[in-house]
Design a protein around this ligand. Structure first.
Ligand SMILES: Nc1ncnc2c1ncn2[C@@H]1O[C@H](COP(=O)(O)OP(=O)(O)O)[C@@H](O)[C@H]1O
Ligand SMILES: [Mg+2]
Length: 461
């Protein structure tokens, strides 16, 4: 490995967005290195790298934005972003650091959109008629896990995709398909690059309009649950139920727009039975690892059997794919806006582009209502009264969301319970495995959802 690669090998595993945590990095290879901008002989210079990390025979690609400056010229407020000192692009010794932390460099990145076009294999693109306003420095959004988003004033968000899969990113693809919808943030441009060995360009970043003053759906929901548990919020609770219904309607509208703009199909009963088989397999694997789940496995199996016997063709289309309360924001005036159509970033893009039932997104959001209700009780001593209140919050909002979804023209969840229940269990089983491995004290949230759902026959829910 070069000196630069050695430094990246130490820095990469400490980044929140690095998805291979806990497994030693054996190799780092810089596959693409582009200098996007330079401010003079001492820098700062802005570099965009695609690096491939090798871990126990598994290899993944990541995007790294690096700054470089002459040694000892790093301003003190960037000391925490420093990665090390090494030769960079023909200059002998440079201090390299995380460019996302440097307002000068993020400003230079936005600047590049004002004169779109190529720089070798990296290209800046804008949508027709788009004139990018420059001059602002990018401020990193906190709280993100899998990517790095920079907010420019109140104008734009530049979402840089960290884990890279060859080809167009579904976030850009679906946002462009939905362009003009009041329920998404308007896409303005993107950055793409040619990766060695792939004909189609790979999306590196997406520039979208920023929606100022919006509230994150997860924060809104959990604040509402909190008020309820504190005994201060019965009237606020009903206010949130209206929000849940509006979110359901908005979700249905977005699904309909996606179905209009992009391919659709139907799954035959045989294909549905194959989906059910895959669910059974995932359940068996999770039950073998988490004994608490095994107690309910036979009841979940019954739901999968009901699903496999659905004898109507199941409509499929492009969907959100990773839908939950943290992926929606409530704007001051206009209602809900859906974000992050990337799907699950650790799953190869080709799989994420597969058509699926929109009820899978509905199931994702229903799981999220259970999480919002259960999460505040995770480290709380057992209290049947609070648990009942939390469950009833989840039930009311789940029902409101489903009602809104049907009112908005989506498939009525009440009429497709066998499908919805199977998707929901499948998601909850995934959560059980995730929590058992990563956050054992949260395990009770999906387990309690499964226990409650299997104990109530569908007709009585
Ligand atoms: N266009 C936007 N306007 C306002 N806030 C945004 C916008 N895009 C993203 N955000 C905020 O950033 C958070 C993370 O964005 P998201 O696209 O979901 O990234 P990630 O893939 O890392 O989850 C969102 O939950 C939201 O709070
Ligand atoms: Mg997100």
């Amino acid at each position: 490995m070069s000196q630069l690669e050695e430094l990246i090998a130490v820095w990469l595993p400490r980044q929140r967005w690095f998805s291979g945590k806990g497994i030693p990095i054996q190799q780092i290879r810089v596959e693409n290195f582009h200098t996007l901008a330079s401010a003079g002989p001492d820098g700062p210079d802005l570099h965009l790298l695609v690096v491939r990390s090798g871990q126990r025979g598994r290899s993944s690609r990541y995007q790294v934005l690096l700054g470089s400056r002459a040694p000892r010229s790093l301003p003190p407020d960037l000391a925490r972003a420093a990665i090390g000192v090494c030769p960079v692009s023909g200059k002998r010794q440079r201090v390299i650091y995380d460019a996302a932390c440097d307002g000068d460099l993020t400003g230079m990145l936005l600047e590049r959109f004002a004169s779109p076009g190529g720089n070798g294999q990296v290209r800046f693109r804008t949508l027709p008629g788009e004139r990018i306003r420059t001059g602002a420095a990018g401020r990193m959004l906190t709280g993100e896990q899998s990517n790095t988003s920079l907010v420019f004033g109140e104008d734009y968000v530049l979402k840089t995709f960290r884990r890279l899969w060859p080809g167009p990113n579904p976030d850009l693809e679906l946002n462009c398909a939905l362009s003009g919808s009041p329920y998404v943030a308007r896409p303005c441009g993107w950055i793409e690059a040619d990766l060695p060995g792939y004909a189609a360009p790979t999306t590196l970043a997406m520039l979208q309009t920023y929606i100022p003053g919006a509230m994150d759906g997860w924060v809104l929901a959990t604040t509402n649950v909190w008020a309820l548990l504190e005994g201060t919020g019965p009237e606020r609770q009903s206010a949130f139920t209206e929000e849940a219904a509006l979110l359901g309607r908005t979700t249905a509208e977005v699904h309909r727009s996606l179905a209009k703009a992009l391919p659709t199909d139907v799954l035959s009963p045989t294909a549905v039975a194959e989906l059910a088989d895959a669910m059974v397999e995932r359940l068996a694997m999770a039950s073998a690892e988490v004994p608490e789940l095994a107690d309910y496995a036979h009841l979940v199996m019954e739901a999968y059997a009901d699903f496999s016997q659905v004898d109507e063709p199941l409509p499929i289309q492009r969907i959100h794919g990773d839908y939950h309360l943290g992926q929606v924001i409530r704007t001051g005036a206009g209602g809900w806006v859906l974000l992050d159509f990337e799907g699950e970033p650790t799953v190869p893009v080709r799989e994420r582009q597969r058509l699926s039932s929109p009820l899978r997104d509905v199931a994702g959001m229903l799981r999220s209502f259970d999480y919002a209700a259960g999460y505040l009780l995770v480290d709380h001593p057992s209290d049947p009264g609070l648990e009942w209140a939390a469950r009833s919050w989840a039930r009311h909002n789940r029902e409101a969301f489903c009602r809104g979804y049907a009112d908005g023209g989506g498939a009525d969840p009440e009429k497709h319970l066998a499908v919805l229940r199977a998707f929901e269990f499948d998601k909850a089983v995934y959560e059980v495995l995730y929590e058992a491995r990563n956050r054992p004290n949260w395990l009770r949230v999906p387990l309690e959802s499964i226990a409650t759902a299997v104990s109530v026959p569908p007709a009585a829910r």
